[in-house]
Design a protein around this ligand. Structure first.
Ligand SMILES: NC(=O)c1ccc[n+]([C@@H]2O[C@H](COP(=O)([O-])OP(=O)(O)OC[C@H]3O[C@@H](n4cnc5c(N)ncnc54)[C@H](O)[C@@H]3O)[C@@H](O)[C@H]2O)c1
Length: 432
């Protein structure tokens, strides 16, 4: 933040839409871009996506599905601590094989007309799309199986050619994170005992002396990695690290989530792109650049946003909405007309807060306003499809940036776009 500016009014809060990636010399083909990264100091993933600790996004099913596909999930804290610990134990007890519990969707009528020829099938999966979206999901026997679809006028087949490296610990078990309040040290201890690999401190405004003093105690109580958040400013990061230098990751972004109303209700916001840049700047000042992973949290809609967050300095990207519509998110599928949806809500929405106070006798209410909304998002099918599209899109984006991996992406460049530029660089003047 500019210290000389009047009330900080010169400070510019850039959002994903305010910037574009400047193309740079690429030394690799997009499919060779390496997305391996860290979510916290000791948690390595092969795909830089983390599902948000929200009660409509991450319980054990989502956490397991993402870890099996090389990403990772953080189980939310809107449940009694014993239940959260049980969910951690479930993930730790599951097979890391990505295909062992992949949901099988029966192909809709009519698809049998397409002849499907497979050769030397062993293990793999494919998502079948038709007009209007996902038509089915095939679980096959081999990732490199070849497909030919007859009469494929509008039908396309999405074949997972990759064999994702699951996110596993030293004993070959899936890695899972869990959210805690900084004030709930008992929960943190229980989660660690139950096998959680890392904790994510989950409050709207960690930059509060009470929250920071509790965080400082918490990081000393557990020996697993603790990611601290949410934070938005450089000062927030500096104050956090001066009180709790053991912090193993930073969760950056205030009010950018699609269900977050903090910016409206409380007038406070640091869009995720800016928050990430602020954290990167703070780490640079401390001589810790690249040493404490930054997680970009909030408002990421697609691979392009994820790429911008990474170029701004993030090691990984947290998603709420992008994962909420998946088969593996906790809510039910809801039919509205001829379409399917799943519920999605902010963790400071009325419903989420009521649940927290009902199920967690240790939670305390610091304020009496709602800072989130509740709604529906389109059902998107098995999360493998979303994750695959995000990963492939991210590789393409880093290809444009001239980056062969996440660390080299931090040297790539972003440029500001004008409002007219912003309109021009999206599809326009066509009926879609
Ligand atoms: N990322 C975001 O932009 C965002 C915004 C709002 C809420 N949330 C989520 O909603 C849930 C509830 O969050 P919460 O922090 O409101 O829970 P909470 O009411 O339990 O607050 C937890 C602590 O955070 C600090 N804090 C929170 N808001 C503050 C404020 N306005 N001023 C000063 N200190 C404040 C206080 O120490 C407070 O005791 C969490 O899961 C959180 O991540 C996220």
């Amino acid at each position: 933040m500019e210290e000389n500016s009047y009330h900080g009014i010169d400070t510019l809060l850039l959002t994903f839409d305010d910037v574009a990636i400047l193309p740079g010399l690429s030394t690799v083909e997009p499919h060779d871009v390496d997305l391996a990264t860290k979510v916290s100091k000791r948690i390595f993933v092969s795909t830089p996506f983390v599902s948000s600790p929200m009660d409509t996004v991450t319980e054990w099913r989502m956490a397991a599905a993402l870890a099996r596909l090389g990403a990772v999930g953080v189980i939310h804290r809107n449940m009694p601590r014993e239940e959260q610990a049980r969910q951690v134990r479930i993930v730790k007890g599951l097979s890391p094989s990505p295909w062992s519990e992949v949901p099988r969707i029966k192909l809709p009528d009519g698809l049998d007309n397409y002849s499907l020829i497979m050769e030397e099938v062993e293990a793999g999966a494919a998502v079948v799309f038709g007009a209007g979206g996902i038509k089915g999901y095939l679980v096959l026997e081999r990732p490199d199986a070849q497909f030919w679809l007859d009469k494929a006028r509008y039908l396309s087949l999405y074949l997972l050619r990759i064999r994702p490296l699951p996110t596993i610990d030293g004993d070959g078990r899936l890695i899972v994170g869990a959210a805690v309040s900084p004030f709930d040290i008992e929960r943190a201890r229980l989660l660690e005992k139950s096998g959680a690999d890392f904790l994510v401190v989950d409050v709207a405004h960690l930059h509060n002396t009470n929250a920071l003093s509790s965080l400082a105690r918490l990081v000393k109580e557990v020996s697993i990695d603790v990611v601290a958040g949410n934070l938005g400013t450089k000062e927030g990061v500096l104050d956090t690290l001066s009180r709790a230098e053991e912090v193993a990751g930073l969760r950056m972004g205030i009010s950018s989530g699609s269900i977050c109303s903090t910016g409206e209700v409380a007038g406070a916001a640091v869009p995720t792109l800016t928050a990430v840049m602020n954290a990167a700047q703070a780490l640079e000042e401390l001589g810790l650049a690249g040493r404490i992973p930054i997680i970009a949290d909030g408002g990421v809609r697609n691979a392009g946003d994820a790429a911008k967050a990474i170029i701004a300095g993030a090691s990984a990207v947290m998603g709420g909405r992008i994962f909420a519509g998946a088969e593996e998110s906790p809510g039910p599928r809801i039919r509205v007309g001829d379409r399917l949806y799943k519920p999605y809500r902010g963790m400071a929405s009325r419903g989420a807060m009521e649940r927290r106070f009902a199920v967690d006798r240790y939670s305390r209410q610091a304020k009496a306003v709602e800072e989130g909304v509740e709604g529906l998002v389109p059902y998107t099918g098995p999360v493998v499809k979303t994750l695959y599209e995000l990963a492939e899109g991210l590789k393409a984006a880093l290809g444009y940036a001239g980056a062969q991996d996440i660390i080299s992406a931090w040297r790539a460049r972003l440029a500001r776009v004008t409002p007219s530029g912003s309109r021009e660089i999206k599809p326009h003047d066509i009926l879609l």
